[in-house]
Each structure stands twice: as C-alpha cells, then as structure tokens.
Design a protein around this ligand. Structure first.
Ligand code: TRP
Length: 337
C-alpha cells in the first residue's frame, strides 16, 4: 500500500476561494481533478493567501473558504482520497516563495499578463503582493515537488515561470525540484456566458443570468438556460463563429453526455431551439443533481469541512516539511532539529 502510493505521480493544483463555483469552473477544472484522485497522489489547495492580493473583507474570505471546500467535496474531491488543504494553514509556502523571489528577475514578474491586467484594474491600491503572486504560485507547486499541474489556459504563463524558477534553483544550488508539467484538459468546450457567448462564463459577469452556478436550484438553471441568447437561424448546428450561443449550449450538453456535436445535431434536426434548450436544461439539472444534494449536506456541517481541511493540510504539511528541510540545507539556512 505505502509503496504503491509512493510511486504515484504527484498532482498539485489550486484555486482561489471565490465563493460560488460556476459551470465553467466545474467542467473545465474541478470535475477533472476529481477524475485524477484514483490514479495520482493529489494535493488540491484553496489559496487564501493569493486571495488577499486584492481588496477583500476578512469575514467574507473565511465564509468563502468553507463554501468552496463544501463545493469541492460535493464535486467529488473526497478528502479520504486526496489532500484538500488550505494554503495559509500549511507553513512553508510563504518561506519558499521568499527564497524563489530572490532568484526571480523583477522583469519576469512585470511581464506577466495577469499582473498587467490586474494592475490596471487596481491602479489606486497597487500592492506588491499582486506582483509577487506568481512567485507564491510557483512555491505552491514546487513545495510539493509536483509532476503535474492541472490548470486552465490562462495560467500557462505562470507555469512557465514556475518551470524557469525550478530550473534556476536547480542550477544555482543543486538538483532539487522536478520541472512540473502543466496539464491542460482537452475537454473540447470552453464554457461561455449564456447571455454574451463571446466571453467566458464568469462570476463577475454583470448579467448573472448568463452564469450557471453548480448550486443553483433546478428551476433557476432551467430559467437561465431557456433564456440563453441564440440566433435567428433556428438550426442546431455547431459553429462558434456565427452561432456562439447554440454552440456553447452544445458544448455544455456534450460535456455532460459525452455525445459528439454530430450526434447532437442529428438528434435535434428539424426541432426548434425551445426543444433543444429544454433538453440542455434536463441534462444540466440531472448532471448536477448529485453535486447539489451533496452540497446541501456538506454546507450545513462546518465540522465536517473543518476536519477535511485539517486532515488535508496536515498531510500537505508533512510533504512540505520534507521538501523545506532540503531547501533550507541547499540555500545555506540552518535547521535545528
Ligand atoms: N493562480 C491560479 C488561478 O488563478 C491559482 C493558483 C494558485 C494555482 N496557486 C496555484 C493553480 C498552484 C495551480 C497551482 O487559477
């Protein structure tokens, strides 16, 4: 047993505690993480230290951590089978990020697209944490000596930096870190807003009818799907450039049913958009039934969430301690143990 877990590749990924997960988060990320827990040793982090790089309210942060953990568990991240940890509870992430920061060229951070976007948005209160964000993320990954990092396309640049920093550390000191590989799931569809299907589904969309939350009640899901923006052509056909709305709904249906676009087109040949949307609603409501039921159960049980996070964070801490004593030795720090 012990041996077989030791040979498993290590998967590490994380997300900020944003509160409610939407269908894009679920189909593009969390559902895939859940599918990895059988075959890999997984560390899934809720990165509350990253969350404070922009203005926030402490009480909301705490509530969002509970809520996110409940949703992750409802989506299948069984705390018995993976390590669901809270970043701030594991000592070492910040220490390693300091060490990595000292070998990271400033220019590399100033060039990060996400930093540049966020810096524009938070012009008045631009703090150094925002610039330093990718170094903390590199630390999150390297501190577990992870093999694979499941992330979305938008995090590729941060993973590149992580790989560069691992390489630089290995060259500056001696071989220590594995060079982690990004794992970008090949799920066909990017899930777009139902109301403006040219942009990604998002929690911050001003029109919340375009965003399906995994905890939405069936009647809410149905209402949002039935009022999704389509086109005047009334033919169910996959063509994101001219039929963005319908193509997005087809992507959602395909993700839940594993049907191909051709199969969906055949099934709805000669039928109207109303029938199609109604079928999409059925699939989504059914596909999220289990998540919804589990979330209801978990979200009312704080101690269940706490013990899951505690267990995961303690396991994470054990791995981190091993890695950090190595790092301390290499960089010339003392270790009184
Ligand atoms: N920056 C990531 C995001 O916004 C979140 C994150 C923090 C992360 N640390 C990580 C992702 C480590 C993967 C691995 O999605």
């Amino acid at each position: 047993m012990e041996n077989s877990t030791e040979q498993k590749k290590v998967v590490m990924t994380a997300a900020q505690p944003t509160g409610k997960l939407h269908l894009g988060n679920y189909l593009g990320a969390v559902k895939n993480w859940g599918e990895m827990i059988e075959n890999y040793e997984c560390y899934f982090g809720i990165v509350d230290m990253h969350a404070i790089t922009v203005p926030y309210v402490p009480a909301d942060l705490k509530r969002n951590v509970y809520d996110c953990a409940a949703q992750y568990m409802a989506c299948g991240l069984n705390p018995e089978k993976c390590n669901l940890f809270l970043q701030s509870m594991v000592k070492g992430h910040a220490d390693l990020s300091w060490i990595l920061g000292c070998i990271c060229p400033l220019g590399a951070l100033e060039r990060m697209t996400q930093y540049k976007d966020k810096a524009k948005k938070h012009k008045e209160a631009l703090n150094s944490g925002l610039l330093y964000y990718p170094v903390l993320m590199a630390s999150d990954i390297l501190i577990y000596n992870a093999d694979l990092v499941p992330v979305g396309e938008d995090q590729k640049q941060h993973i590149e930096l992580t790989r560069d920093l691992a390489q630089k550390f290995n060259n500056t000191y001696s071989p220590t870190f594995k060079i982690p590989e990004p794992y970008i799931p090949k799920t066909g569809a990017r899930i777009m807003s139902l109301q403006s299907p040219e942009s990604k589904m998002s929690k911050s969309d001003t029109n919340q009818n375009g965003t399906l939350y995994i905890t939405d009640e069936p009647n809410v899901l149905r209402k949002k799907i039935m009022s999704a923006v389509t086109d005047s052509d009334s033919c169910v056909r996959f063509d994101p450039s001219t039929k963005a709305g319908i193509s997005n709904l087809m992507g959602i249906m395909a993700a839940f049913t594993k049907k191909t676009y051709a199969e969906i087109e055949n099934e709805f040949a000669g039928k109207g958009y109303g029938d199609f949307k109604s079928a999409v609603a059925d699939v989504v409501i059914e596909g999220l039934a289990d998540v919804r039921a589990k979330y209801k159960e978990f979200s009312t049980d704080k101690s269940l969430i706490e013990s899951a996070l505690k267990k995961g964070s303690m396991a994470a801490q054990r791995r981190v301690n091993k890695m950090m004593s190595k790092v301390y030795r290499k960089v010339g720090f003392m270790n009184f143990e």
